[in-house]
Design a protein around this ligand. Structure first.
Ligand code: C2E
Ligand code: MG
Ligand code: MG
Length: 647
């Protein structure tokens, strides 16, 4: 009988213990304990480690010869209870990885299938001291296998096959590396089991478990990629892949977005270390609320002060309350390193699939929410989406669509000359119309286009449209001086910008002073050489430049003096002076300063007669705004100027 073997070898167990110790320490040290996936992995670690320890103890008693009957029974029973628990827990971990735990939770038959075999062998194991069915201590005080011992293997094999079938069914949810790692665990265990059936003296099974889990940690749990070591929250990568998983499983979820709006300002003041400590403190405070209200939450930290909480169905009822509690808590000052820190926070609840139901839009929304202005109350995605400024579909696709289907149009907003008392120029403003979403503001799509490079196509389109318009007969008859065209920062960084514009002017036989290029303060204050070169080249070629949105960004006054600017456009945020005497003083003095530098002034965003009068009296040169006209189509613009300039 195999059970007669004396002198079992514990060496593999010691190795297994070493591996498990490393795993436990590294997982705990990285705070990888938050979120369901991490919790199940941690449970798996604890179960396997205790099985290793119990096996070492059991083998120790086995090898110590006679007596110790009670100790032998207890240690072997405890070991078998633990080691047989590891396999079903592994299957549950798989369900967790595929984000299909909710199916298990909703289905009693599934729970029975999963639990019943273990319950049966559990009872067999704990009663074996009396029944001797699984193992017994024989008359020579040796451990011997009982008649039903084989059932332990059968049940393990059952769970393993369940896991394999499950993984195969869900294989499209994983990358190939992950998928293979998950499956690799099974053959490792099977080989170990086989060895142990034949040679019970080699205690190799636990070592196989340990290696399997090591594999999982690096291939599936991926601590570096998934977990933020500072907060223990999931990272952007984890957030993206978990949303993707939830969408593919058509699982209903709620996401709470928590965004620290003054993150950048705080980081500049506090520096890296204090900022890290602050983010850490915030993450702890958020979790302390979750502990009570959303016990099953998955937390993520997406950098730059953006926290996300993903909540499953079982906690839906508490989401709103928790979001309010978090919002209220973060409104209070945080005391850190002797400073009282005040956060500006936006909190928003997304309901999936009700508000958003595909990966791209959920992910894009989470990113765009960063730029949403502060409201002080808990927002919902529903109301933000109604607002119309936020897009539900992939904006790149919308832009591409618009380019192909003539959804992009250049509008012209007339600009009034105070001295000449007529309209002398216009600003070209892009309009995007989407079949599904209607009009989309350039303030929304230009920044996206800048990031993904589409701005170059868009920019060329606008330039060509404007040049073609200037070359047309109807424009020539209007007696306009020039048309202003907005240049984005990304466009200014293209090495062939000057060439493109010069060629366009040649193609349409235009003088360079028939257009005027608007750059923003960001472009003007940038230290990129290529920008300065472009601006220099173009302005030497005779093209005038304006500084757009003066006063809104970071005004580098010294830099302004070095740029070849002819016009400065006072931003519309400066035009509403009602009851703000200080702002009025800023405006008066800015106007004076710009005049002293020999530049002309365009005031933007004039909406009322009073505003127009105020700036005319200040001797500003040009006025642009809804008071005179909104941006108009080409034909509308021609008609408008013809009529107005005749008066
Ligand atoms: P901007 O260059 O400062 O353009 C002025 C914006 O103010 C326009 O918004 C215009 O419609 C709006 N506006 C004009 N008068 C008034 C007024 O009286 N009251 C108010 N409240 N607003 C007024 P729009 O067309 O939505 O464009 C927004 C921004 O998008 C522009 O700001 C510009 O930075 C950018 N943009 C527009 N077209 C282009 C383009 O062809 N290329 C690039 N790179 N950027 C563009
Ligand atoms: Mg502009
Ligand atoms: Mg502007």
């Amino acid at each position: 009988m195999a059970g007669m073997v004396m002198g079992k070898l514990n060496y593999f167990n010691y190795c297994a213990l070493a591996v498990m110790a490393v795993l436990l320490i590294s997982v705990a040290a990285r705070h990888m304990l938050k979120g369901r996936r991490n919790r199940y992995f941690w449970n798996l670690l604890l179960i396997v480690t205790s099985a290793v320890v119990l096996d070492i103890i059991a083998v120790h008693f086995d090898n110590s010869g006679g007596m110790y009957v009670l100790e032998k029974y207890v240690s072997h029973c405890a070991y078998l209870v633990m080691v047989n628990l590891a396999v079903p827990v592994y299957v549950i971990y798989l369900a967790c990885l595929t984000d299909s735990m909710y199916r298990l939770r909703d289905s009693i038959p599934l729970q029975l299938v999963l639990a019943a075999p273990y319950v049966v062998i559990f009872e067999l194991i704990v009663t074996t001291p009396f029944t001797h069915l699984i193992f017994y201590i024989d008359d020579a005080y040796n451990y011997a296998r009982g008649s039903l011992y084989i059932w332990l293997y059968i049940v393990s094999a059952f769970y393993v096959s369940l896991g394999v079938v499950y993984a195969l069914r869900c294989n499209r949810l994983f990358g190939r590396g992950q998928f293979l790692a998950m499956l690799a665990v099974f053959p490792i265990m099977l080989i170990a089991l086989a060895v142990q059936v034949v040679h019970p003296a080699f205690r190799i099974e636990m070592f196989a478990h340990a290696i399997g889990i090591l594999f999982l940690l690096f291939m599936v749990q991926k601590p570096e990629e998934r977990t933020n070591p500072v907060t223990g929250y999931g990272r952007d990568f984890a957030y993206a892949s978990d949303i993707e998983m939830a969408v593919r499983n058509q699982k209903a979820i709620r996401i709470i977005l928590i965004n620290v709006l003054n993150y950048k300002a705080l980081r500049d003041i506090l520096g890296y270390e204090s900022m890290t400590a602050l983010m850490n403190r915030i993450s702890e405070q958020i979790l302390s609320i979750c502990k009570k209200n959303l016990p099953k939450v998955d937390p993520y930290y997406l950098d730059r002060g953006r926290f996300c909480l993903m909540v499953g169905k079982e906690n839906f009822a508490q989401v709103e309350n928790a979001a309010n509690l978090i919002s209220d808590m973060l409104k209070k000052d945080i005391f850190l390193q002797g400073m009282n820190i005040n956060l500006q926070v936006n909190v928003c609840i997304i309901k999936c699939p009700e508000d958003l139901n595909d990966f791209q839009s959920i992910y894009a929304f989470s990113n765009e929410f960063e730029e949403y202005e502060r409201t002080g109350k808990v927002l919902t995605a529903e109301e933000i989406l109604k607002d119309g400024r936020y897009i539900i579909k992939d904006i790149e696709e919308i832009i591409d669509n618009a380019m192909n289907k003539e959804g992009l149009t250049v509008y012209y907003q007339p600009i009034y000359s105070v001295k000449q008392k007529k309209f002398v120029s216009a600003e070209a403003l892009l309009r995007l119309n989407d079949e599904e979403y209607g009009h989309i503001s350039p303030e929304l799509f230009i920044p996206v286009a800048e990031k993904n490079g589409v701005i170059h196509k868009i920019g060329s389109f606008v330039l060509e449209e404007v040049c073609r318009f200037i070359a047309s007969e109807e424009y020539k008859q209007l007696g306009m001086e020039y048309i202003e065209v907005n240049l984005s920062v990304a466009q200014c960084m293209r090495s062939d910008l000057a060439k493109e514009i010069t060629e366009l002017l040649e193609k349409y036989h235009l003088r360079p002073d028939q257009i005027n290029l608007e750059i923003t303060e960001t472009a003007a204050s940038s230290s990129q050489n290529i920008m300065m070169e472009n601006i220099k080249k173009l302005s030497e070629g005779g093209i005038p430049f304006s500084l757009d949105d003066f006063g809104t960004g970071y005004s580098n006054m010294r830099r302004m003096t070095t740029l070849p600017l002819e016009l400065v456009k006072l931003d519309k945020t400066f035009t509403n002076l009602q009851d703000n005497p200080k702002l009025e003083s800023v405006v008066r003095n800015s106007v004076q300063m710009i005049k002293d530098m020999n530049m002309k002034i365009v005031v933007e965003g004039i909406e009322t007669e009073d505003m127009a009068k105020f700036f005319s009296d200040l001797q500003c040169d040009y006025i642009q705004g809804f008071y005179y006209s909104k941006p108009l189509t080409k034909d509308g613009f021609v008609e408008f100027v013809r009529k107005e300039n005749k008066k």
